[in-house]
Design a protein around this ligand. Structure first.
Ligand code: NAD
Length: 497
C-alpha cells in the first residue's frame, strides 16, 4: 500500500512519527493509500526549513517572486487533468466540478502574479514641515494553513500563493482525508523554481495542529473547516500570540420571492444544494419560500431531485458523487432520520440508494424536506450533505429575519425580479457573501472570501486584498533630513506644523 509522505525542504519526507491515517476512494469504499500523520518533531523539521528559506525569499523582489508564481500557474494548467483526477479519486466529487474548483484555485494564483501592484505602499510628502511619511506592508515570517477535505485544491490555494507572493514562507497542513493534491501542488511549485523550504506540506491530524498552534516561530495561522474547530483554532492561536483567520461552517439560505423566475431559481438551487453532494461551505441547504410560491417550488424541485444522476465522479453522466467517508455518510443519513422524527415532510428520500458496481461507495441520493421549522435541528445545524430543507415564510420581512437569526453567516441568495427587494435584502442581511439571482456567490480571486457570525472568527477574509493585508504587517516611517541648524529638545507631543 502506498504511503503519502510530507513535503519538506523541497522533497518528500517521512518524518519520525509512526502514526498513519487511511485514505479511501469514496466511490468504491476501497483504501487507496496510507498517509503519514506528523508529530511535533516532524513539524519542527518543516519550521526549520521555512525559517532558513525566509530571509532570502522575503528579500527576493516582488517581481521576481511573481515570476516564479507565473511559472507555477503554467504548471498547474499543464497538469490540470492529473490534479483533477487526484481530487476525484480522494474526494469523490464529479470530474467537471473538481476541475472547476481547481480553476477557482488557479485564479488565486493568477491574482498572486500581480503582487507588486498589491504591495505598493502609501507616501505623503510634507506631513509636517520638511517631514515625509510612508507606509509599507512587510511579510510576517512563517505562516501556516490548515484546510478541510471538501476543496483539496482550492482552499489551500486561497492561502499559500498569496502568503508566498507577499514574501512569507508557508507550512500547509491539508485534510488527512485527501492530502495528495496538496503534495502535488507543492511539487509543481518547486518545479516552477520556488526555493526549498518556502512551501512545506505536513500531513496530520489534531496532534500536529496543536503543535502548529503552540510553535513560537509560526507567526500566523489561516484555518478553514468546521465551526467548533475554527473557534478552537481562533482562541488558541490568539492565546499563543498569533495572527489568525478561522473560517467555519455554514447553513446557507436561498430566499425565493414570489416574483422570481422560478425555473432559473430551481436550476440554481439544484446545483447549489446538490453539487459536490452538498459538501460545500457555500452549498444552499435551506430554501425559504416566501408568500404563495412554496407549492410551485416544491413541485418543480421534487421532480428534479428525484431524477438527480448520482454516480462515480469519473462517470461523465454523474451530477453528484459520493460523500467523503463512511462515517460522514452515516451522519448525513442520521440527520435525515432526525428530520423525519422532528416532523418535517420528507419529499425525496435518498437514503436507500444503491449503485451497481459501487455497492461499497459512500453514496446517498438527493433528499428534500418540506415544512421544516426553525426550532428543528435539521434547520439549525450544518448537515454537509445533499439534503435541502424548505421552510415557508409569509413575507419578505419574515424571510430576512430567519436568515439574520441563524447562527451561521457564510453565504445567502435571493431570487427576485424586483430591484428594490434585492437592494434592501443585500443592505439588511447579516451575511458575509450575498447573491442576487446568483446561487453560489463565491467572490472571485481579486475580491475576498469570508462569512459573518459563527462562520468566521477573525477580522480579515481570505484571498484578494484582505488576503494581502492578512499576510503582511503595516510599517509606517516618518522622516526628515535636517541640515545645518540643530534643534532644541522638545518635551511636548509634536503636532503637524
Ligand atoms: P474539520 O473541521 O473536521 O477539519 C478541518 C481541518 O482541521 C483538517 O485539516 C483537520 O485535520 C483539522 N482538525 C479536525 N479536527 C480537529 C481538532 N479537533 N483539532 C485540531 N484540528 C482538527 O472540517 P472538514 O470536515 O475537513 O471540512 C468540512 C467543514 O469545513 C464544514 O463545516 C464546512 O462548512 C467547512 N468549510 C468552511 C469553509 C469556509 O470558507 N467557511 C470552506 C470549506 C469548508
Amino acid at each position: 500500500m502506498k504511503t503519502i509522505k510530507h513535503f519538506v525542504d523541497g522533497q518528500k519526507f517521512s518524518g519520525s512519527s509512526k502514526r498513519v491515517g487511511m485514505v479511501f476512494n469514496p466511490a468504491t469504499g476501497e483504501q487507496s493509500s496510507n498517509v503519514n500523520l506528523a508529530n511535533s518533531e516532524d513539524l519542527n523539521e518543516a519550521v526549520d526549513s521555512a525559517k532558513k528559506a525566509y530571509e532570502p525569499w522575503s528579500n527576493t523582489t516582488p517581481i521576481q517572486r511573481a515570476r516564479v508564481i507565473f511559472k507555477f500557474k503554467e504548471l498547474i494548467e499543464k497538469n490540470s487533468e492529473e490534479l483533477t483526477k487526484i481530487i476525484v479519486s480522494e474526494h469523490g466529487k464529479v470530474y467537471e466540478d473538481a476541475k472547476g474548483s481547481l480553476i477557482r484555485g488557479l485564479e488565486i494564483v493568477e491574482f498572486a502574479c500581480g503582487i507588486p501592484q498589491m504591495l505598493k505602499g502609501e507616501f505623503t510628502e510634507n506631513v509636517g514641515t520638511n517631514v515625509d511619511s510612508w507606509s509599507i506592508r512587510q511579510p510576517l515570517g512563517i505562516c501556516a494553513g490548515i484546510t478541510p477535505f471538501n476543496f483539496p485544491a482550492m482552499v489551500p490555494m486561497w492561502m499559500f500563493p498569496i502568503a508566498i507572493a507577499c514574501g512569507n514562507t508557508f507550512i500547509l497542513k491539508p485534510s488527512e482525508k485527501d492530502p495528495s493534491c496538496s503534495i502535488k501542488l507543492a511539487e509543481l511549485f518547486s518545479d516552477a523554481g520556488l526555493p526549498n523550504g518556502v512551501l512545506n506540506v505536513i500531513n496530520g491530524d489534531k496532534e500536529v495542529v496543536d503543535a502548529i498552534i503552540k510553535h513560537k516561530d509560526i507567526s500566523a495561522v489561516s484555518f478553514v473547516g468546521s465551526t467548533p474547530v475554527a473557534k478552537y483554532i481562533y482562541e488558541n492561536c490568539a492565546k499563543n500570540e498569533k495572527r489568525v483567520q478561522a473560517l467555519g461552517g455554514a447553513k446557507n439560505h436561498c430566499v425565493v420571492m414570489p416574483d422570481c423566475d422560478l425555473d432559473q431559481t430551481v436550476n440554481g438551487l439544484m446545483g447549489a444544494a446538490y453539487g459536490s453532494a452538498g459538501e460545500r461551505c457555500m452549498a444552499q441547504s435551506v430554501a425559504v419560500a416566501v408568500g404563495g410560491i412554496g407549492d410551485k417550488l416544491v413541485s418543480k424541485l421534487t421532480k428534479k431531485v428525484e431524477s438527480l444522476k448520482v454516480g462515480s465522479g469519473m462517470d461523465k453522466k454523474s451530477e453528484m458523487g459520493p460523500l467523503i467517508t463512511k462515517e460522514h455518510l452515516k451522519k448525513v443519513k442520521g440527520y435525515v432520520d432526525l428530520g423525519v422524527k422532528e416532523g418535517a415532510k420528507l419529499l425525496v428520500d435518498g437514503r436507500n440508494l444503491k449503485l451497481q458496481g459501487y455497492e461499497n461507495g459512500y453514496f446517498i441520493g438527493g433528499c428534500l424536506f418540506d415544512n421544516v421549522k426553525k426550532n428543528m435541528r435539521i434547520y439549525k445545524e450544518e448537515i454537509f450533505g445533499p439534503v435541502l430543507s424548505i421552510i415557508r415564510a409569509q413575507n419578505f420581512d419574515e424571510a430576512l429575519q430567519l436568515v439574520n437569526d441563524h447562527e451561521f453567516g457564510n453565504g445567502v441568495s435571493i431570487f427576485t425580479r424586483d430591484g428594490d427587494t434585492a437592494r434592501t435584502f443585500s443592505n439588511k442581511v447579516k451575511i458575509g457573501m450575498v447573491g442576487i439571482n446568483i446561487p453560489i456567490p463565491v467572490p472571485v480571486a481579486f475580491h475576498s472570501f469570508g462569512g459573518w457570525k459563527r462562520s468566521m472568527f477573525g477580522d480579515q477574509h481570505m484571498h484578494g486584498p484582505e488576503g494581502v493585508r492578512f499576510y503582511t504587517k503595516l510599517k509606517t516611517t516618518t522622516s526628515r533630513w535636517p541640515s545645518g541648524q540643530r534643534s532644541d529638545p522638545e518635551f511636548v507631543m509634536p503636532t503637524m506644523k
